[in-house]
Design a binder for this molecule. Structure first.
Ligand code: AMP
Length: 397
């Protein structure tokens, strides 16, 4: 798959056409009220483009896990209401997904009108990528646009199957993910530096393995770094350890050496007595963590080491915090790395999930070139896996 060669919404003739758009409206809800409309706002550029170009817009999404049956708790009606406010025009809400209501509303649409069908996961066929259900979704429209990057790693009817029946292109959100992540992997501005952190080595093995083929430098911090220290024979006290990944860690460091890829792990750490935000803490070198202490953040010498490696890079890919950044006492390493990335002038790509949240919370969001909208999807993209929701789209002519 060449993700960079996929058709975008601008490659389609949308005027007067019914366009089914798969959005990511999986918004947080509390007692039926949307607590963050970030995902709805993020979908606006594609929707506005379609309205401005006289398309008849049919939106769809999943919301939560309604387990394949109608459940008002997971209705998209609050999204239609918020979207109406944001667009300044009515977004008609169907009471079903592919039934009479959806069909009737789709048939009545005028150019520039917008409607939303119900939660696609009200049908169990959705997550099975059932061809009949995909066809029913496709029958609502003439064209298909996928703009739900967060679900692009899932082969479901609304993300993948529907493209078997309609001309298919990506919206602006997916296009941006492809341009940044796909671009960094295929043709990076060098040096290419990857920073990986977070809790588990096992989550990131695929990413490191793929990036070892492409990067000039790999930086490992966070809880996962202690398995690498263990692999070097260091004592790591009660720090996080994945016993069954020690061998993998050793292999990754050896591969890096053989390939001439610089591979950095922490040289010092802020360790605590207990896994507690206010635990007694001290700074200690990586090869001398005492028994009964656990590494909860990188130390100041490591902050400097990592910042020096980030300085002067052409592209930085970052996924996972350097420590327990949710706790003020152990956030300094993540802040130092965020600062170094922000000041590097490099193309900076932040993986979704925890790293995106950390960058946002720490106030660095507008300093980054791209913050991914999909945690799982961005990891799979970085692993070099083909994302079904992108593979299914048509190639440019
Ligand atoms: P991930 O979801 O793999 O990106 O991991 C993010 C989580 O890793 C955050 O909740 C952090 O609190 C946690 N984390 C990062 N560093 C450490 C550490 N040294 N010890 C324990 N947890 C950590």
């Amino acid at each position: 798959m060449n993700a960079l060669n996929k058709k975008t919404v601008e490659d389609l003739e949308v005027s007067g056409k019914r366009v089914l758009v798969r959005c990511d409206f999986n918004v947080p809800l509390k007692d039926g009220v949307i607590t963050s409309d970030k995902r709805i706002v993020a979908s606006l550029p594609t929707i506005k483009y379609l309205i401005d170009n006289n398309a008849k817009v049919i939106l769809c999404s999943h919301l939560g896990r309604p387990k394949g049956e109608f459940n008002p708790e997971f209705s998209l009606a609050p999204v239609a209401a918020r979207l109406s406010e944001l667009l300044g025009k009515e977004v008609k809400m169907a009471s079903d997904v592919v039934g009479e209501s959806a069909q009737a509303l789709a048939a009545e649409l005028n150019d520039g009108d917008v409607m939303l069908i119900e939660n696609v996961r009200f049908h169990k066929e959705e997550t099975k990528n059932d061809p009949d259900f995909s066809k029913k979704l496709a029958d609502l429209a003439d064209l298909y646009v996928n703009d739900a990057f967060g679900s692009a790693h899932r082969a479901h009817s609304s993300t993948t199957g529907v493209a078997d029946y309609l001309p298919a292109a990506c919206g602006y959100l997916i296009q941006k993910e492809i341009d940044f992540i796909g671009g960094a992997l295929a043709n990076p501005k060098r040096p290419l530096v990857a920073i990986l952190g977070g809790a588990k080595v096992s989550d990131k093995i695929g990413v490191i393995t793929n990036l070892l083929e492409k990067c000039d430098t790999i930086i490992v911090g966070g809880g996962m770094a202690y398995t690498f220290m263990k692999a070097l024979g260091y004592s790591i006290g009660t720090s996080l350890l994945e016993e069954d990944r020690i061998e993998d860690a050793k292999n990754m460091m050896e591969t890096a050496k053989a390939k001439g890829v610089k591979f950095l792990i922490p040289v010092d750490n802020k360790v605590g007595k207990e896994y507690d935000p206010d635990t007694e803490a001290m700074v200690i070198d990586s090869d001398s963590i005492p028994d009964g202490w656990m590494g909860l953040d990188i130390g100041p010498a490591t902050q400097q080491l990592f910042a020096d490696a980030i300085k002067g890079s052409g592209t930085v890919i970052w996924n996972g915090p350097m420590g327990v950044s949710e706790w003020e006492n152990f956030a300094a390493g993540t802040i130092a790395v965020a600062t170094a990335v922000a000041e590097s002038g490099a193309i900076s790509i932040i993986g979704g999930g925890d790293s995106a949240a950390a960058v946002q919370k720490l106030g660095f969001a507008d300093k980054m070139s791209h913050i991914s909208t999909g945690g799982g999807a961005s990891l799979e993209f970085l692993e070099g896996k083909e994302l079904p929701g992108i593979v299914a789209l048509n190639d440019k002519d």
